[in-house]
Design a protein around this ligand. Structure first.
Ligand SMILES: NC(=O)c1ccc[n+]([C@@H]2O[C@H](COP(=O)([O-])OP(=O)(O)OC[C@H]3O[C@@H](n4cnc5c(N)ncnc54)[C@H](O)[C@@H]3O)[C@@H](O)[C@H]2O)c1
Length: 284
């Protein structure tokens, strides 16, 4: 750990020597970039060895190729986070091959199909949404914490759970009102606080990065697919809810915030919900 914070020549947000698992480190196919992939790339640029985990192995492999092409270190694991055994295998594999886990980002989320007039859906789709958006997060937080507490330092590891402003408001339209998505994110916020409280004595930190409208694959494609918006309508609708003049954020803003939470510079922060939403939930 590099704690020479007072030094003028300190390299900021240095993740060298850290093994960081990004669950959801591939991305949906489509133009642009996903948040998980951007976090993988930026963490590697800051020196981390990155484990990109995804149900879609070719997508995770593509992230790894992007990192290794620019001289970084990464490898991919295929896992379906709706299965507890897969979640356990992610961390067993990382411990067996790398010997430690210093960071974990849970960036997976899905919007199951639903009837947009009535918000009705099948029980199977509802269950799958909750299993992926919430239960997988719980398992990954638990198994990551169990690895991190073995590191044997004052600050043993950092977990970043990627949530959404859908968990704190339902008035902003677009895809944030879909129940297993919003409910899953509410659960994820709670999992952050629970894990942070339980593992603070072990030196493990856990924070929520709560995203607002970000120009990412899920932000574009799900809004178009589920609500029938054109790309221009997606842009306009998101622009309306963001208070900052810039409109939507990019995946790089998410990635820089995640890197800060993974780095030693944030070592006194745990159990927090950080809103990265351009003021979309600013109340007055
Ligand atoms: N883009 C936005 O506007 C926005 C807003 C709020 C929150 N977020 C959050 O950001 C995070 C990432 O979004 P993104 O745009 O990068 O999405 P993305 O769809 O590009 O990435 C999600 C990844 O999760 C993977 N995945 C899906 N189901 C899985 C499963 N069962 N097991 C393992 N992997 C699985 C997908 O294959 C995909 O690679 C999500 O948690 C999302 O809720 C995004």
């Amino acid at each position: 750990m590099s704690l020479d914070f007072h030094r003028r020549d300190r390299k900021a947000l240095d993740l060298s020597g850290k093994v960081i698992v990004v669950v959801g480190g591939g991305q949906q196919s489509g133009p642009g970039m996903g948040n998980g992939r951007a976090i993988c790339i930026l963490a590697a640029r800051h020196g981390a060895e990155v484990i990109a985990v995804d149900r879609n192995l070719p997508a995770a492999d593509e992230t790894v190729e992007m990192i290794t092409a620019e001289g970084g270190s990464a490898y991919a694991i295929e896992a379906d986070v709706s299965r507890e055994a897969d979640c356990q295998r992610i961390f067993d594999t990382t411990m067996n091959t790398r010997g430690r886990v210093d960071g974990m980002v849970y960036s997976v989320a899905i919007n199951p199909p639903f009837d947009r007039e009535s918000n009705a859906m099948t029980v199977e789709n509802f269950d799958h949404g909750i299993n992926v958006n919430m239960l997988g997060c719980y398992h990954c937080n638990l198994f990551a914490s169990q690895c991190m507490e073995k590191n044997g330092e004052d600050t043993n590891g950092s977990i970043v759970n990627i949530s959404s402003i859908a968990s704190v408001t339902h008035q902003l339209g677009l895809n944030i009102g879909i129940m297993p998505y919003a409910l899953g994110k509410c659960g994820l916020n709670y999992i952050t606080e629970l894990t942070a409280a339980q593992y603070a004595p072990a030196g493990v930190r856990v924070n929520t990065l709560m995203l607002g409208p970000i120009d990412s694959v899920i932000g574009n494609q799900d809004s178009q697919k589920l609500f029938g918006y054109t790309p221009g309508e997606v842009e306009d609708a998101y622009h309306d809810v963001v208070k900052l003049k810039m409109g939507r954020g990019s995946v790089w803003e998410s990635a820089y915030a995640a890197v800060y939470l993974l780095a030693d510079e944030s070592r006194f922060m745990t159990g927090q919900q950080i809103r990265l939403d351009g003021g979309a939930t600013l109340m007055r």
